[in-house]
Design a protein. Sequence first.
Length: 164
Amino acid sequence: MADVNRGSNPLFLRDEDLREGIELLFFAYRDFTARPDAILADYGFGRAHHRVIYFVGRHPGITVKELLAILKITKQSLARVLRQLVTKGFIEQRQGEQDRRQRLLYLTPKGEELETKLTENQRARIARAYREAGADAVAGYRSVLAGMVDDEDRERLNRPRPAS
């Protein structure tokens, strides 16, 4: 792989520059998911379970409909994963207060513990990379990733989050 810091002019990207970006994403994703994958395997879970646990933890009280929109998976796929997570005590479902048909999702204490185990290595990786790259690079990284996200999800990412 070529030197990632060689300073290509981003306004005139060559195919090789784009391919290096793709390659970096593949390697980063592989390493970013390796530890969580090993933890999930101990529970008989996969990456779909991780995504559900992550987003339910990030957005307590999220509806099934909202989760489907974020994950872009079928209702059937989500139902299977949710059923396992609920049955094994990682997620609880509550009825909506205004609309009793809504199912609001929350991590249980057991789910919060697993979410922490799954993300601690990822948080450490991102923190290390952010520190090494510096503030300007982090802002650029965020801008690049946001630019790769579909418009509807970019709007979701730009919404203010409640304070945690």
